[in-house]
Design a protein around this ligand. Sequence first.
Ligand SMILES: Nc1ncnc2c1ncn2[C@@H]1O[C@H](COP(=O)(O)OP(=O)(O)OP(=O)(O)O)[C@@H](O)[C@H]1O
Length: 343
Amino acid sequence: MTGDIQVRALTKTFRSTTRRPGALGTLRSLFNPIWVTKTAVEDITFSVAPGELLALLGPNGAGKSTIIKMLTGILTPTAGEARVAGVVPYEERERNARNIGAVFGQRTQLWWDLPVRESFAILRDIYDVPADEHAARLREFDELLDLSSFWDTRVRHLSLGQRVRSDLAAALLHDPPVVFLDEPTIGMDVVVKEQVREFLRYQVEERGRTVLLTTHDMTEVERLAERVVLINHGRLVLDGTLDEIRRKFGSTWQVRATLADAHALVEPWAGVVLVRREGPQVVFGPDGPAAPTVHQALKQVIERYEVTDIALDEAELEDVMRAAYVQAGDTAADVAAAQAQGG
Ligand SMILES: Nc1ncnc2c1ncn2[C@@H]1O[C@H](COP(=O)(O)OP(=O)(O)OP(=O)(O)O)[C@@H](O)[C@H]1O
């Protein structure tokens, strides 16, 4: 089972009408509407390898859902193209549907008035899954998601956590190689969140599924993703591994060391400040744009001092991402402005 996602120069603009102010204006707008164009996704290119989990991140309104809607075949791009497991989703919606599973944390795809297990049976028939395969997969999902404790309950009576676990199982029952998850754990308690993350990790690592995940939860990104794509105002601002992004933007590290000699002379050096000192305990931090990476700093401390213990605190991913948006976003804006001026 393999599936990859290829997105090239993908663009989506929405055209909608807006009203003029006042009652007369509203009336005039009925006969002579004002059209406005909104570019939700602009010239986005990225790919996800088979068996990889990529987190697609960005602030509210950045364009994440619009990208997922094009990849699931719900929307057709204005320009550019996308392929999911070799299929152009908006040209072959049915073929694409067999290759993908999708979970939208904010709404269910299940039949509201039916017990969960009946929804599963309907999906088995829709996707022509052999009965023994269906039963085996359901057993596997039950082990990881504990579905049997509530699968005879009507969907409308499920808690949020139970509902999303059911949605996840429903999305994967036909064994799709590619899975789209739009904020799957939003509003869940920590225990259920962790259960869902374990399930997703299993699906990627053991079942080789390709996953595109959107989330605002940085703990989730840290637990699940190796690579992230950041978008802002519909444009791609960054594509890299978490390590690369931390190295580039995570400048708020601290290195804590215990010196062998409690009275040793300690002085800052290029790009590094002494944050605190209490006897043998010293804490170093980054100083300015020329600061070393956390790994370089660790090495420099060991080279300079005889230490009996050393530890490092990395920046919270949330802070790293904020720095990435600001710095990478500015760079992207500069590049776009230079291109617009023919520079
Ligand atoms: N059908 C539509 N018509 C007009 N504008 C739209 C439509 N769908 C989305 N947009 C606009 O496109 C932009 C991107 O929206 P999108 O839902 O993709 O963002 P998002 O990154 O998923 O945000 P969130 O994190 O809030 O879910 C927004 O400015 C939104 O208002």
